[in-house]
Design a protein around this ligand. Structure first.
Ligand SMILES: [Zn+2]
Length: 237
């Protein structure tokens, strides 16, 4: 718990600094006290209460920023954000988040069972932002020195909550979706060219199909996709 508290307090500090708060340490102490009171009142684990306070703070800052500077538009339209999209490297426990990030349109690498040393090597090689729930990793010099950009995520959150947090922390919007399996770009293909790969029922009602340019997986926007998209849109709402 000590490490999670430290990591959460580190996020409070960073967020307060981002908005130019003058008495940062006082703010951090106040937020930590809020979490303690919340834990007592609602009988929550201290780590869960800290996570809630962090999300609440981030939500408030996000809406404040959002009002002044809207994030990139959602959907598959032609408008793309001017800045290059960050590339993410998820730690061994964040396979679910990697899939959600790809659906939100971002390159996200996840290697099952990857060691911390290898994770840091890959992050440097790819120039990627490391996403981790491991507060111990924050002690590594490459992260402490800021040579490897990173974001710590509270371990209590599920994948959709983690995604909302990443997008809000980095001020990112939804981009055209990528392949959820491998992160490759999707290319629209004429229905007839993939006829033998489409189940007959789907063929009858669905006209739009996409192929992954990397792993060749076929996608169409069925009801499952609609649910994912709705959840993604909530992440940036
Ligand atoms: Zn793919």
């Amino acid at each position: 718990m000590g490490r999670i508290r430290q990591a959460c307090e580190g996020r409070f500090r960073a967020l307060l600094a981002q908005v130019g708060a003058r008495r940062t340490e006082q703010g951090v102490r106040w937020l930590a006290a809020q979490a303690r009171q919340l834990a007592e009142r609602e009988r929550l684990l201290p780590a869960d209460a800290l996570t809630l306070v962090y999300r609440e703070l981030l939500g408030r800052l996000y809406h404040h920023r959002h009002a002044r500077n809207p994030p990139c538009p959602a959907g598959n339209g032609p408008t793309r954000p001017a800045a290059p999209a960050p590339h993410f490297l998820c730690d061994a426990g964040l396979g679910g988040l990697a899939r959600w990030l790809r659906a939100a349109g971002y390159e996200a690498v996840w290697i099952p069972g990857i060691t911390d040393d290898e994770l840091l090597r890959q992050a440097q090689r790819l120039g990627a932002v490391v996403l981790t729930t491991d507060s111990g990793l924050l002690e590594r010099r490459l992260l402490r020195d800021g040579r490897v950009p990173h974001l710590w995520l509270p371990p209590a959150l599920r994948s959709a909550g983690q995604l909302a947090l990443v997008l809000r922390e980095l001020g990112l919007g939804l981009r055209p979706p990528r392949c959820m399996s491998c992160g490759g770009e999707l290319r629209r293909v004429p229905k007839e060219t993939v006829r033998d790969r489409i189940p007959p029922k789907t063929w009858r009602w669905q006209d739009e199909y996409h192929l992954c340019t990397r792993c060749d997986k076929l996608f169409w926007h069925g009801t499952h996709w609609q649910r994912i998209r709705e959840s993604l849109e909530q992440s940036v709402a």
